[in-house]
Design a protein around this ligand. Structure first.
Ligand code: COI
Length: 355
């Protein structure tokens, strides 16, 4: 456990060069919290700006019981990953995109936000302080979870008087227990994840609490996760609980357009560019359930899920299968993206940041 192992002091300049791997079982990492050494905390008053944060030992935080985030859900999160390259250097994938998305969400949730530079610098500091927790090349990645929350006390409904930006990290492997084997989705007909004018397009914590009920029911029936439909027509695809969705038909790849009810995924955006570069015709538009059921291949994208192939979709009790293993297009896009993220191919898009 954490307390039994000596941790080099942060003032040791050679720390990030000489540090060894944490003593855990690196094979078969899943997606669960492994406590690490440090977390980053930066606070700001309402109406003020974030100025200086600090690294602290990872552990519980104290919150006033009337904190805005606990009472009224004034909170956002982000997710990004750091990979350990074979040469020992560390790569972040498009961290400025997470910073910009957090800013957009903060604006929607009436919260102050860090600058892009503050966000990226604090992510770097947190990753380097926890370097020994970045999995060896090929074993997984370090998942980075920034949080922005109303930490000050409120009783009546109002924006909180104080805000906390916090980053913690955890080594992770595959999100779905299936790994790269196809997952089985069920389309949800009753419950909806988001509504026009709501907060579906930002990464607010409540969006994720809202899908737990349908997700639990689906898992109890043996499905991997739930695919949501638009709440107006109950006909167009939105997203899966924790990832975006893509539908492949011939040389055509379609994915629901960003219209405020789905999360603008950074992996989604990257896969669109990667696929276009490879000659696919990619369309961001309304995608109907009928098209999904008639697809050659279906896959999900997300920071946590990377590119996860879908093996079957169940709709109104009818199951449509897309074949046994991962489809050729999904595999090709997965390979291209992950090789880029791990620094195995030249970063022609200038997407990675080396630490
Ligand atoms: C991510 O992919 O990083 C997410 O934020 C989804 C989360 C439910 C794990």
């Amino acid at each position: 456990s954490l307390s039994l192992r000596p941790t080099p002091s942060l003032s040791n300049a050679s720390y990030s060069q000489t540090v060894e791997l944490a003593d855990i079982e690196w094979d078969n990492l899943g997606f669960g919290l492994q406590p690490t050494d440090y977390m980053y905390i930066m606070k700001c008053q309402q109406g003020g700006t974030f100025s200086k944060g600090e690294l602290k030992r990872f552990g519980n935080i104290e919150l006033n019981p009337s904190a805005g985030v606990l009472n009224y859900g004034q909170g956002l999160f982000e997710g990004l990953k750091a990979y350990r390259k074979e040469d020992g250097n560390i790569l972040l994938f498009r961290p400025e995109e997470n910073a910009l998305r957090l800013q957009m969400g903060a604006e929607r949730m009436c919260m102050p936000f860090p600058t892009v530079d503050q966000f990226v610098q604090s992510v770097k500091d947190t990753v380097l302080a926890n370097k020994r927790w970045i999995p060896p090349t090929g074993k997984g990645s370090l998942y980075i979870r920034p949080l922005l929350m109303g930490s000050g006390p409120v009783l009546g409904l109002a924006p909180a008087p104080e805000y906390t930006f916090l980053i913690y990290v955890s080594p992770v492997g595959n999100y779905f227990k299936e790994g790269l084997a196809p997952i089985n989705l069920i389309i949800e007909n009753e419950l909806h994840r988001a509504t026009p004018g709501g907060t579906g397009g930002v990464k607010t914590i409540g969006n994720y609490a809202a899908v737990l009920k349908a997700q639990s029911a689906a898992k109890a029936k043996g499905y991997s996760d739930v695919l949501y439909l638009d709440c107006v027509h109950k006909k167009y695809l939105e997203e899966v609980s924790s990832c975006n969705i893509f539908v492949v038909k011939g040389n055509n790849i379609s994915t629901p357009a960003i219209k405020g009810t789905i999360l603008p995924g950074i992996t989604r955006k990257s896969i669109i560019d990667v696929a276009r570069n490879q000659g696919f015709q990619v369309e961001e538009r309304q995608v109907s359930v009928d098209e999904l059921l008639d697809a050659d291949e279906v896959f999900c994208t997300g920071t946590a899920v990377v590119v996860s192939p879908v093996g079957s979709v169940t709709y109104h009790g009818k199951r449509v299968s897309y074949g046994e293993g991962i489809g050729a297009v999904s595999q090709q896009l997965y390979n291209t993206l992950t090789r880029l993220q791990m620094g195995l191919t030249e970063d022609v898009m200038n997407w990675t940041l080396e630490l």
